[in-house]
Design a protein around this ligand. Structure first.
Ligand code: UD1
Ligand code: CA
Length: 457
């Protein structure tokens, strides 16, 4: 679709959120609310996107840094939706075509709906198309007033409506498609002679109708798409609807979700075929999971690259980790940023890792802390092993060669290097490098005092 621009209104504060964060920056499905309409208009083909910001302008603009198709218009004072669009006009200079206008707090609108609206707008040569919905409880929304031929004459806000108008159930979603030539002429003519003393964007319809220009309604097929978010109860409701969409798309693409209602997967997460995800799993950030994986209940996965055939057992928490094929993790493992586990690694219960690479087939099966370490292939890390990587000032590295066997309860006081094929005896505190093929043992010899207990009596 060529000749399509978009304006997204997001200057309001969102008082009913009762929050220090501006409404449109509240997270929804892993993204700030306002990025949903931005992504949707982009997918619908808008080549130029103007975001009208006001409250916490800088925070909103910071988020979109690097998205070069997004331009900003600042509305210092929120004098109404018409005034907000007036602020956006300079950013539309030089553009001629259709302008989609959306609200930053109506995030569930789908690309398919916008595309269908634009198609109908174009085929009927309309000047304004308003996305409408039929709500049994239309309270709070502007009502669509039509003429005898079914065209829109005007939109009346609830606060300005007569009793008869309030009974109209067709509402204004706040989403429009408008010809830019008309918009640039109509916006400067808006007046604020209404109950709220605001410049209503909706009054451009009256202007167009008076000029005999075509204003049509495009009824949305699924009213849930035009739900506006004003408070946190609606935020939660919208979050649930979004999760429903994300989960359904994953299931249709071949991922098994045992209970989609309690599976929390953010937008943008990629999951392969025949991977099974149990309830109460949270997957977020730039995460990719391969085929044939098993993710057990209550795993929390953020920003991880996970290969094929990986098992992540109950209660494991992992962030910014790279996991190769056929690795088993958990239950209750904690993989922190910078962890890379090569093929067939096994990480057992109560193991914490950070900034480590662990080679193919290596194991740390129980109760261990591994940080700032390079661990070779086929290494066994015994129960209770600790890399003492921090001396109170700096972090130091532990390097463990291939085929090393580390007994239980070993401490590596870093920096320290263990040569390949060595054995570290249980209970050893390693403070010096160990050459290859060696036994390192450092523990006080045992003394048995026979009869000691009897004498004590
Ligand atoms: C608006 C519509 C109403 C429609 C409803 C749908 C008008 C006059 N009314 O009402 O017909 O049913 O949306 O949700 O347009 N905003 C700004 N600057 C402003 C005012 C608003 O950027 O000066 C932004 C808000 O941040 C918000 C959006 O515009 O994202 C809608 O504003 P809001 O005040 O919520 O409009 P409603 O009263 O809901
Ligand atoms: Ca609103």
């Amino acid at each position: 679709m060529n000749n399509l621009a978009a304006v997204i209104l997001a200057a309001g504060k969102g008082t009913r959120m009762k929050s220090n964060i501006v409404k449109v920056m509240h997270p929804l499905g892993g993204l700030p609310m306002v990025s949903w309409p931005v992504n949707t208009v982009r997918e619908a083909g808008a080549s130029r996107i103007v975001l009208v910001t006001g409250h916490q302008s800088e925070k909103v603009q910071d988020f979109f840094e690097g998205q070069t198709d997004v331009r900003f218009a600042v509305q210092e004072e929120q004098l109404g939706t018409g005034h907000a669009v007036a602020c956006a006009l300079p950013a539309l200079l030089g553009f001629s075509g259709m302008v989609l206008i959306l609200c930053g707090d109506v995030p569930l609108i789908s690309t398919a709906t916008l595309e269908a609206m634009v198609r109908q707008h174009r085929s009927r040569h309309a000047v304004i198309t308003v996305l409408t919905a039929d709500f049994a409880q239309p309270n709070g929304y502007g009502r669509i007033v039509k003429d005898g031929d079914g065209f829109i004459k005007r939109i009346v806000e609830e606060k300005d409506a007569t009793d008869a108008e309030r009974r109209i159930t067709e509402i204004n979603s706040g989403i429009y498609c408008v010809e830019s030539d008309f918009l640039t002429v109509a916006i400067p003519n808006l007046k604020n002679d209404n109950a709220q003393r605001e410049y209503y964007l909706t009054d451009i319809i009256k202007e167009a109708a008076n000029l005999g220009l075509l204003c049509q309604a495009f009824p949305v097929a699924d009213p849930a798409e035009v739900m506006g978010i004003n408070d946190r109860a609606q935020l939660a409701e919208a979050g649930q609807l979004l999760r429903g969409r994300i989960n359904k798309a994953l299931m249709l693409a071949g991922t098994t979700l045992i209970d989609p209602l309690t599976t929390y997967i953010d937008q943008g997460v990629r999951i392969g075929r025949d991977t099974t995800i149990h309830p109460n799993v949270h997957i977020s950030g730039d995460t990719e999971i391969g085929n044939n994986c098993l993710i057990e209940p209550s795993a929390v996965i953020k920003g991880c690259k996970i290969g094929n055939g990986v098992i992540i057992k109950t209660g494991s928490v992992m962030m910014d980790a790279v996991i190769h094929d056929d690795v088993a993790i958990g239950p209750m493992a904690h993989l922190r940023p910078g962890t890379e586990l090569k093929e067939h690694v096994k990480i057992g219960n109560f193991v914490e890792t950070k900034k480590i690479v662990m080679g193919e087939g290596s194991k740390a099966s129980h109760l261990t802390y591994l940080g700032d370490a390079a661990i070779g292939t086929n290494v066994n890390i015994g129960c209770g092993t600790i890399t003492c990587n921090y001396d109170g000032v700096k972090k130091h590295r532990t390097v463990i060669g291939d085929d090393v066997f580390v007994g239980s309860d070993v401490q590596f006081v870093a920096p320290v290097t263990i040569g390949r094929n060595s054995l570290i005896a249980a209970g050893t505190t390693v403070t010096r490098d160990v050459p290859p093929d060696s036994l390192a043992i450092a523990r006080a010899p045992q003394v048995n005092k026979e009869g000691w207990k009897l004498k004590k009596k």
